[in-house]
Write a protein that binds this ligand. Structure first.
Ligand code: ADP
Ligand code: MG
Length: 399
């Protein structure tokens, strides 16, 4: 689960991490009121979307010469103008995809005079089984480019969660950033607090870019991206309230209500499968036959009729879907029960595209009989290869 920058900063501030003052705003008036509460003379008006690259982003409605989603403002009128231009418009950044994201929320924050921009991120380093702190002197820009072109400028410091953040970790961070004296102390202290925040919130990722040194020698977090481990959210009810469902893909949100693991993809063949491994194999074999999956969808071991119906509706709501491949192994659920579910669901949703079903497992013959006698144009398949070939052929025939 991801949160907005302003929420991330409010959260990090509770752990003692230094962030500039700021307020969220949902309207132009609120943005101006927010600026009035700040000392000035420099304000920054920032689009709040769940994607980075806002500074270099472009608004669809404003043309190529307009400024991006992070704007400096020197007067309250500048704040008003920036807010009016951004709210309601669609910001396209390297992380949003070409469709972009509508800006419905702003963050008005203190403008800081920046002397230097660093990068600092925390994540779970699965290779070492520890918490990885990734630091670089090359902040402010796209870290992937730094990693690709000048990997020596990135340092990873592993922290063993069993013993926690030690003074030597702090010294290593300061050294990697080339800091001495008071700034080295600030870097060490900020890194330690970020580590506390990472563990304390069951975060999956905390990315600070930039971590800035100001002209008057202060280290400050100017941008923060925080994502939490979804499986740990049950023990963070307060963090759950930070969820902004409007930032999530509507189909994925709907799927999560039925406990379906659904991820939208770019292809034409909708897939409904039970079990993540079988779903991956199904996607692979569709590709092998020359087409692409429109989604990953795991209905889970105990796929009920309700779940199957919900899954059909979600798949069919995607205008790219030209055919559906159902690939179910009847282990926990028996094939005849699944077949009943498929028939009921297909009738309820008014199936408009070819449907190929491959069933295997307990009571498979009863299941096949139910599909054959349903009166629906369901194409039965015998195995995975047969199923993929048939759905590709059916879609091409229908085109
Ligand atoms: P994004 O990463 O989405 O582009 P950032 O919050 O990192 O958004 O902002 C982009 C750039 O804008 C930063 O690298 C920094 O140079 C500048 N910036 C951001 N916040 C402030 C601030 N409070 N004061 C001064 N400059 C800022
Ligand atoms: Mg940034």
């Amino acid at each position: 689960m991801n949160i907005h920058e302003y929420q991330a900063k409010e959260l990090l501030a509770k752990f003692g991490v230094p962030v500039p003052a700021g307020f969220a705003a949902l309207s132009v008036e609120e943005a101006v009121e927010a600026a009035k509460k700040l000392p000035g003379p420099l304000y920054v008006v920032k689009a709040q979307i769940h994607a980075g690259g806002r500074g270099k982003g472009k608004f669809k409605e404003l043309g190529p010469d307009a400024k991006g989603g992070v704007r400096l403002a020197k007067t309250l009128d500048d704040v008003r103008a920036a807010a009016a231009e951004m709210l309601g418009n669609t910001l396209v950044t390297i992380q949003t995809g070409e469709h972009g994201k509508q800006v419905n929320r702003l963050y008005v924050t203190d403008g800081v005079d920046i002397a230097k921009e660093f990068y600092l991120a925390l994540l779970v380093n699965r290779a070492s089984g520890q918490i990885g702190m990734v630091v670089s002197t090359e902040g402010g820009m796209d870290i992937e480019t730094v990693a690709h072109d000048t990997p020596e400028k990135i340092t990873t410091i592993d922290i063993d969660p069993a013993t926690g953040f030690m003074p030597h970790h702090g010294r290593a961070v300061a050294a990697a950033l080339g800091l001495e004296g008071d700034l080295a102390k600030q870097a060490s202290s900020t890194a330690s607090k970020l580590y506390d925040a990472f563990l304390g919130t069951d975060a999956e990722q905390i990315e600070i870019n930039p971590l800035a040194v100001t002209d008057d020698g202060k280290l400050m977090v100017l941008d923060a991206k925080v994502g939490f481990d979804g499986n740990a959210m049950f023990r963070h009810k307060d963090l759950m309230e930070l969820r902004d469902e409007t930032e999530e893909d509507p189909a994925e949100l709907e799927a999560s209500k039925y406990d379906l693991a659904y991820i939208k993809l770019d292809g034409d063949i909708g897939c409904m499968v039970n079990g993540a491994g079988l779903a991956m194999a199904t996607m692979d074999i569709i590709k092998l036959n020359g087409m692409f999956p429109a989604n990953f969808l795991d209905v889970g071991g105990g796929a009920s009729k309700e779940k199957v119906t919900a899954a059909f509706k979600i798949i069919l709501a995607d205008p790219n879907v030209k055919g559906i491949l159902v690939n179910i192994f009847g282990g926990i659920m028996k094939c005849d029960i699944i077949a009943d579910g498929i028939v009921a669901a297909a009738k309820e949703v008014n199936l408009s595209v070819p449907l190929v079903v491959r069933l295997e497992g307990t009571n498979v013959q009863q299941g096949k009989d139910i599909l054959a006698n349903s009166g629906l144009p369901i194409v039965a398949a015998n195995d995975l290869g047969d199923a993929a070939q048939k759905i590709v052929a059916e879609v091409k025939k229908a085109a």
